[in-house]
Design a protein around this ligand. Sequence first.
Ligand code: OGA
Ligand code: NI
Length: 356
Amino acid sequence: MMMDCQKWPEPVIRVQDLADSGLITIPKRYISQIPTTTRHNASFSHDDVNIPVIDLGGDPEETVRLVGEACREWGFFQVVNHGVRHDLMRSAKAVWREFFNQTAEAKEEFANSPVTYEGYGSRLGVQKGAVLDWSDYFFLHFMPASLRNKSKWPAIPSSLREAVDEYGEEVVKLGGRIMKILSENLGLQEDYLLNAFGGEEGIGGCLRVNFYPKCPQPDLTLGISPHSDPGGLTVLLPDDHVSGLQVRKDDRWISVKPLPNAFIINLGDQLQIVSNDIYKSVEHKVVVNSKSDRVSLAFFYNPKSDVVIEPAKELVTKERPPLYPSLTFDQYRAFIRTKGICGKSQVQSLMNCNNN
Ligand code: OGA
Ligand code: NI
């Protein structure tokens, strides 16, 4: 049977409304099927284990080395001295909090559909009966600039559009800087990765603002199930006060402790593919809690939708043949957009079925 990808398979329920209704047991649909041990054992939540923190204002050569090391060992790191103004980070978070604090009716005006996902949403994937995550989101296109349609962005609070615009510009610059650092670390020309992604004008950029409401039974559900990000780089601005992000390190989940004013950077599947597995996109998930809701801004720095992504020729050798077939990013992302999120199953299923 063909799946209808034009609309959601079931009536949409906003998790925030569920949480606000004061229920004490969560509906069955939100109960994660992932075994509790995998779901919640953050074996290392001691203060002494955290993802690497890198000062982007330090010695450039040392920065390249440290970023490269973090990408190979973790696929995740935090950056400080990243050049994005702290007041802009604060206001970007504040306007989105205000958006989610509006009435249900005001938010419904932006209700999204699975055709583009733009707008206010509560699920990923269109499979009927799927288990759902404990979160709502707002998703918007930022790059290429031709897709930046501000009339689809909330106009309340009145400062939202300008704050998001300014924030996005700065984050795109930061993403570009990190792409150069990665190119250099891989021994490629400085602009290699940017060009592979479609160049400055071509690259894709989307913002996903995640809202994780309080949950009366946080141990039974997840804010986001384990997944790797399908795109290039993710620049995540986490909540200042509430943690929840966990990153897979070997067989363990590590709770990330966000530093004030830092960004969390992680690599997506497209960089795993272009680097021919020198870098790995790493699985992560979000846990929720019963005390506070949480807001995070995930900016996805992606390849242009119709650009073909494949292992860099420079990184392919006789000993290390291309591990992945060539696919456009649109072809790649169709999977997550219909089936929802599912660990690293997609990039793993492509491995070694290369077409040459
Ligand atoms: C995502 C994501 C993590 C977080 O949006 O892809 O992994 O902390 N978010 O909200
Ligand atoms: Ni993610």
